[in-house]
Write a protein that binds this ligand. Structure first.
Ligand code: PGA
Length: 253
C-alpha cells in the first residue's frame, strides 16, 4: 500500500514571517490525518522557521534544491548537511523551473540525486514534458529519457527514498491541468518503466505525484486514479485554505 503524499512547493515566495504563518495554518489543517503524508518546501531562508512551526506534527520539510557536494567553493548552493541543519529531511530535485530557467540538465540532476540520497534525504525527483514535446507525441520518450538519466547508477534499494513527481511543463502555473485520465496514463507508464529498469516490486512501492495546476476542485479526481499517489502543488500551496482542502482530499476506498 502506498501512502499518499501532498507536497507544497512554495517556490520563491514568502518572507520568514509569512512562511511561519502559512505553516501554522497548514498544521491546523492536518490535524488527525495519519493516512497521508504532507510535505512543505519553503524557500531556504524560511526552512528553520517552518521546521520549528511544524515540529510535533508529522509534516515533512524539504529544500527546493541541493548540491551534490558536502561543502566547498560552490557559490549559491546549499549542502545536504545545511538542509538537515535547518530541519529539512527531504528535497525537490529537477523541477522544470530549474531545468528551463537555470539550465539544469539531466546529468546535473543525477548528481544532485546521488548526493541527496547519500546524505539520507528523501528525494522528490521531478520530470515532465513541454507542450512542444506533447504536440510532437514525444511525451513518453522524453519521460523515459529523464527517468533513465536522472536515475543513472542508482541501485534499486535507494528508490525507497525517491518519490517521482510528474509535472507536465505546460500545466505548471498555467491553470491547464492534465485531465485525470491523461495523468493516469503517464503515471502508469512511469511505473511500468521503473518496473523495467528495476523490478516490479520496487515500481509498486514507488510513490508518483502529479503536479501542474492542482487545485481544490481537481484533487479528488486526480487522487481517484490508481497510479496517482499524491500531488506536488505550487500556486495553491500558498493559500492555506486551498492547500488544506487539497490535503484533505477524499480518499477512495
Ligand atoms: P502549480 O505548480 O501548482 O502552480 O502549477 C506546480 C509546481 O511547479 O510544482
Amino acid at each position: 500500500m502506498r501512502k499518499p503524499i501532498i507536497a507544497g512547493n512554495w517556490k520563491m515566495h514568502t518572507t520568514r514571517a509569512q512562511a511561519r504563518e502559512l505553516a501554522a495554518a497548514i498544521v491546523s489543517g492536518c490535524v488527525g490525518l495519519s493516512d497521508r503524508d504532507v510535505l512543505l518546501a519553503p524557500p531556504f531562508t524560511a526552512l528553520s522557521q517552518v521546521s520549528r512551526e511544524v515540529s510535533g506534527s508529522s509534516i515533512i520539510v524539504a529544500g527546493q534544491n541541493v548540491c551534490w557536494q558536502e561543502q566547498g567553493a560552490f557559490t549559491g548552493e546549499i549542502s545536504p548537511a545545511m538542509l538537515f541543519d535547518c530541519g529539512a529531511t527531504a528535497v525537490i530535485i529537477g523541477h522544470s523551473e530549474r531545468r528551463q530557467l537555470f539550465g539544469e540538465d539531466d546529468k546535473l540532476i543525477n548528481r544532485r540525486i546521488h548526493g541527496a540520497l547519500a546524505a539520507g534525504l528523501l528525494v522528490v525527483f521531478c520530470i515532465g514534458e513541454t507542450l512542444a514535446h506533447r504536440e510532437a507525441e514525444k511525451t513518453l520518450d522524453i519521460l523515459k529519457s529523464q527517468l533513465h538519466w536522472g536515475l543513472t547508477d542508482l541501485v534499486g534499494d535507494s528508490l525507497a527514498s525517491v518519490i517521482i513527481a510528474y509535472e507536465p511543463v505546460w500545466a505548471i502555473g498555467t491553470g491547464k491541468t492534465a485531465s485525470s485520465g491523461q495523468a493516469q496514463e503517464v503515471h502508469g507508464f512511469i511505473r511500468a518503466e521503473i518496473g523495467r529498469m528495476y523490478k516490479k516490486e520496487i515500481a509498486e512501492n514507488l510513490r508518483i505525484l502529479y503536479g501542474g495546476s492542482v487545485k481544490p476542485d481537481n484533487i479528488d479526481d486526480l487522487m481517484a486514479q490508481p497510479d496517482i499517489d499524491g500531488a506536488l502543488v505550487g500556486g495553491a500551496a500558498l493559500d492555506a485554505e486551498s492547500f488544506n482542502r487539497i490535503i484533505n482530499f477524499t480518499q477512495q476506498i
